[in-house]
Design a protein around this ligand. Structure first.
Ligand SMILES: [Zn+2]
Length: 221
């Protein structure tokens, strides 16, 4: 039963597990996916995955370069594989990988694109596991940004974030039901040839796949 559902949504797609799951889960409403190349260690790997899945699903995909971020901002995420700390769930450690206000910058651009394309929704795959470290993933930020883009656009664009209360393992369970091949997603903050298996994002990935009962076919160094 296929009814003609309206494609009214722009998805911020990194090419990691979470936003890729959102792409598959909400594909009937996604008119456009947008990835941002902000010069991080792992952008090339991530964006190749994002492009792969958009092609699979026939979703239009834009890649927007944000060179100014790596030029003017400091973050371990922008400073090469050696700058990424070994995973320890230590807050100070993880904080070194924050790119200042990254989601705010990306969402502001997505709001402009949405208005430009006459789309009424932006989707982002922030989740509960991000809240502790990243202020621009928390419910208070998402709520305020939703209000801001609604007030700042003629068509009253809304920010929709259905994974805000989910853990990464919950998201992986959605992906399992959708039959997503997670080996074609990228998590590692080091951005090497293969996932390192030891940084925080690799550890989170391994744990989420295990908790969701998904066979992890990712190649680790
Ligand atoms: Zn890693």
């Amino acid at each position: 039963m296929t009814t003609s559902s309206t494609k009214d949504t722009i998805l911020v797609l990194s090419g990691g597990m979470d936003s890729t799951t959102m792409l598959y889960e909400y594909r009937d409403r996604i008119a456009l996916a947008v990835s941002f190349d902000y010069g991080s260690n792992h952008n090339k790997k991530e964006i190749a995955c994002a492009a792969f899945h958009c092609k699979q699903l026939g979703v239009r995909h834009l890649i927007i370069p944000l060179e100014f971020i790596s030029k003017y901002f400091h973050s371990a995420l922008l400073e090469g594989a050696e700058a990424i700390p070994e995973g320890s769930y230590d807050e100070e450690n993880m904080r070194s990988t924050v790119v200042p206000f990254r989601n705010g910058i990306m969402l502001a651009i997505a709001a402009g694109l949405a208005e430009n394309e006459s789309l009424s929704r932006i989707m982002m795959a922030n989740h509960a596991g991000d809240h502790a470290i990243y202020p621009d993933c928390r419910p208070a930020f998402v709520h305020a940004m939703d209000e801001a883009v609604k007030a700042g656009t003629y068509n009253g664009v809304r920010l929709v974030t259905p994974y805000t209360g989910l853990t990464k393992a919950d998201i992986a369970r959605h992906g399992k039901a959708l039959g997503i091949d997670y080996s074609k997603t990228w998590s590692c903050y080091r951005g090497g040839t293969h996932h390192c298996g030891t940084c925080d994002t690799c550890r989170e990935r391994i744990e989420a796949l295990r908790e969701a009962g998904i066979e992890d076919t990712t190649i680790y160094e």
